[in-house]
Structures are given as structure tokens and as C-alpha cells.
Design a binder for this molecule. Sequence first.
Ligand code: FPP
Length: 241
Amino acid sequence: MNAGLNHCTMPRHVALIMDGNGRWAAKRKLPRLEGHRAGAEALRAIVQECPKLDVRYLTVFAFSTENWRRDPAEVNELMALMRDYADSEINQLQENGVRVEFIGDLSRLDNGVAAQLETITRETRSGDRLRLTVAVNYGARAEITAALRHLAARIDKGDLDPDDINESVMQTHLMTADLPDPDLIIRTSGELRLSNFLLWQSAYSEFEFVDTLWPDFTPEVLRDILIRYPNRSRRFGANGK
Ligand code: FPP
């Protein structure tokens, strides 16, 4: 049992904006790629820690629709890192019962990267201790726009009455259709923004912003945040009586 942690009130779904890899590398006069590599190592440790903390869903922002604006060399390095991570981690993820899935538009990815992401999704399908959702070429506005396009097409075909569109119908057209909303969203590196991440799903999420740069985000930092989490009073708009 983990002393100090109240499992009944632990967040079931944690989402992470892993920010600060570049600054971590700059502080050490290293190329940015080294920051991303260290970031991938940090993620590995967090994925291992989550089941021990009763976190059942972990969603991480790995590459946004806006990240294509980065130097093409950095984009290529990030893609190669994700492909290699998916390749080298399969066994360990299977052993730990981690099911890996992706959200985002994967059609723009290089064939080799997309194929490796498909492989890890297939090979970890039976994992039942943690669902790790990795957002790649993901943007919440693009996600909501795609959902609306899909709904409009259904109306056009006569398959859906506009009066039948409600919040749960919207929800089933999002990329996260079969995930609960995140209870807690953590952003590292001191930035106070959502940056187009899970805009619909975060309506009632709690937020935690920490100064730690992502590669320094250890299981202990996560544990410290989760220890404080039960003190929050989540009322979902009700008055708390
Ligand atoms: C933000 O740091 C981080 C990213 C854009 C990429 C996140 C990627 C990883 C943690 C590693 C690989 C991921 C997987 C799934 C294996 P930044 O570069 O914007 O940092 P900066 O703001 O300090 O420049």
C-alpha cells in the first residue's frame, strides 16, 4: 500500500502536457534532440508508475498539429524517437499490462512511423492495467471540426436529425469517444496554457501547472501532485451541499 495516498479519491484519468524538453537541453548545452530523448525516458518511468497509483488512463501530448512548424530536422527526430520508442517498449508495455492507443490524424505521418504505431496498438491490445493514449498530430480544434464534419455528413445522408445532436452524441464523435474525461491535466515547465489539448474533454478537469521541465518529471513529482489531489473538491457545477 502506498502510504499517504488515498486510492478512493485518486484521479482515474491523468493527462500530461510534456513541456520543456528544449529548455532542459539548452540548460545543458545539448542539442534539442537530447531533451526529447530524456523526455521519452521520463515518460517510460511515469507509465510504469501509473498502475501503482491506481491511475487507469494516461493521455499524453506528444506532437501537436502546430508542431509541424518546427524545424523539419527536429520534426524528423521527434518522429524517429516515437517510432523507436514504440519499437523498443513493446515487450515492457505488454509485461506491465499497458494498452497503447493513439489519437490524432496519423495519415500525415511517414509510413514507417505510422506502421510502427499500428504495430504497438495491435500488440498491446489486451493490456488491462493502464490505457496509454498518445496524442500525435493531434489538435482539439481539428478533432472538434472533424466531429462536426462527420455529423453534418450524417445529416446530409438523412441518417441523423439535427435535433438529436446533444453532448453525448458529440462525445461519441470525438477521438476520445471511449475514454472518460481527464480528471487531472498536468502541464510541466511553468507554462499556463492548454495549447489546443483536449478542449472539449477538459470542461471539468482539475489543472496542475508545475515548473519542473518534462525530462525532470519523475514518479516522485507525480506522486506529490496526486497526494494533493484528494484535497480538491470537484462539484461539476453543483453547489457542494
Ligand atoms: C515539448 O517540449 C515537448 C514536445 C513537443 C514533444 C514531447 C515528446 C516527448 C516527451 C518525447 C517522445 C514522446 C514519446 C511518446 C516517445 P519543447 O520542445 O516544446 O520544449 P521547450 O518549450 O523547452 O522548447
